[in-house]
Design a protein around this ligand. Structure first.
Ligand code: CA
Length: 413
């Protein structure tokens, strides 16, 4: 994984803040460092004449950095280690729930004409574009709220990976200089991912497209620009027209899966000969020339995934994230009422919760007197603490995880 991927993933953990959980409350040891304004100002003065900022005019630089204060809280997030690792079934349950499928169907219906034109130009299937849109920003509803210039200027001057962030800071100033997006609309994740596609600023210059023809590549406010930019990103990553991302499969008993990997691709005929079928037992279709076997959790669903799955992976360098996009895209195109789960259940007796179930769980926690704010369906630090307390009371393992068993127990009182 290269540095951009790592940052992107770090940013994702927080983008996941919009999709999966409320921004974690800062712990005592997470107190933001004190930043000397004079040191910040001196750093900006050095940057503006440095090679990385050669495309930025002094006027642009001054316009967007005058009176700019650093934001030390982004440095806390830069150093944060994930304190809670979510099992794949929890991850998928919240990202691919009935609500998001319904929203995806509505989005597809509304933007069908645009999506078809985008497919003609890029080859990327409309449902896949909708799947990315839904997982990245909940169809434009979760864009992040941190001012990009402030976050990226801070990360360019303090903390780890300053060289990387300087490139992103220069790119965000170039977006402003070229007038693609209004300054007050340039907000996003703490690490600089923004807009309906959650691109980093450097990704913007590789993949953002002006699809509505107004001369600006506006991935914040123009849905056609955002959708076409998503498709362009996937096209740049090697998306192949007409190929599915892959499919859930059924493995024959005794198949050696020790070298199973998304990357370890074999011709589809080889998988057929080995006895692999679609999950419902029907033969593997010929629409995918070669595929790798991906098993996110032993004993759970297995997937044959092709080149187009790799393009979804490249969006966020996470197989689970790619799988969420893939499954959402399938369901958006499936007959209404298709269950959101896979044919083979996950190997757990305590499945994950949808956002609606998270809200119900939070409502039950509030009713029991836990101070967790509002029932917003996002499981953050406060909700986890309340869950631990209830798990202790009920004699469950106090791991802070929101699952079906806890929800059922709280429903009983
Ligand atoms: Ca435009």
């Amino acid at each position: 994984m290269n540095q951009t991927d790592r940052i992107r993933r770090a940013a994702l953990a927080v983008l996941a803040t919009s999709a999966l959980s409320a921004a974690p409350a800062l712990r005592a040891q997470d107190a933001p460092p004190t930043i000397d304004p004079a040191q910040f100002s001196a750093c900006l003065n050095e940057l503006k004449v440095s090679q990385a900022f050669r495309a930025i005019t002094p006027v642009t630089f001054a316009q967007h950095t005058a009176n700019l204060a650093a934001d030390p809280s982004v440095l806390v997030l830069l150093n944060r280690q994930p304190e809670f690792t979510m099992p794949v079934w929890d991850y998928i349950a919240v990202l691919v729930d009935d609500e998001r499928v319904a929203d995806g169907r509505a989005a597809y219906a509304k933007w069908q004409g645009t999506l078809q034109k985008i497919e003609q130009q890029t080859g990327v299937a409309p449902h896949v574009v909708v799947g990315v849109w839904g997982v990245e920003s909940n169809f434009g509803q979760n864009l992040g709220g941190r001012p990009l210039v402030q976050s990226l200027a801070t990360l360019s001057c303090f903390g780890r990976r300053q060289a990387y962030f300087r490139g992103e800071f220069a790119a965000v100033l170039r977006i402003l200089q070229e007038g693609h997006i209004a300054p007050d609309k340039l907000v996003g994740s703490w690490a600089g991912a923004f807009g309906q596609t959650q691109f980093m600023p450097s990704t913007f210059f590789r993949s953002a497209v002006d699809f509505d023809g107004d001369g600006r590549r506006d991935i914040v406010d123009s849905v056609p620009d955002a959708l076409a930019s998503t498709a362009k990103f996937l096209q740049n990553a090697g998306y192949r027209r007409g190929e599915p991302w892959g499919f859930e499969v059924k493995l024959p008993p005794g198949l050696d899966t020790s070298d199973a990997s998304r990357k370890n691709k074999r011709p589809i005929d080889a998988w057929r000969s080995a006895g692999v079928t679609l999950a419902d037992g029907s033969p593997l279709p010929g629409s995918l020339p070669s595929a790798g076997l991906m098993i996110p959790a032993r004993g759970g669903p297995a997937f044959l995934v092709g080149r187009n799955f790799d393009t979804l992976y490249s969006y966020n360098a996470s197989e689970n994230y790619g799988l969420a996009i893939a499954q959402l895209s399938n369901l958006v195109g499936a007959p209404a009422g298709t269950p959101v789960g896979f044919v083979q259940p996950w190997p757990t007796d305590d499945a994950g919760l949808s956002r609606a179930q998270n809200r119900e769980l939070q409502t039950l926690l509030l009713a029991r007197g836990h101070d967790i704010g509002s029932a917003d369906g996002m499981i953050g630090a406060k909700t986890r603490e309340a869950i631990k307390a209830e798990q202790q009371r009920l004699g469950h393992k106090p791991d802070g995880r929101a699952g079906q068993k806890l929800l059922a127990a709280l429903r009983r009182g």
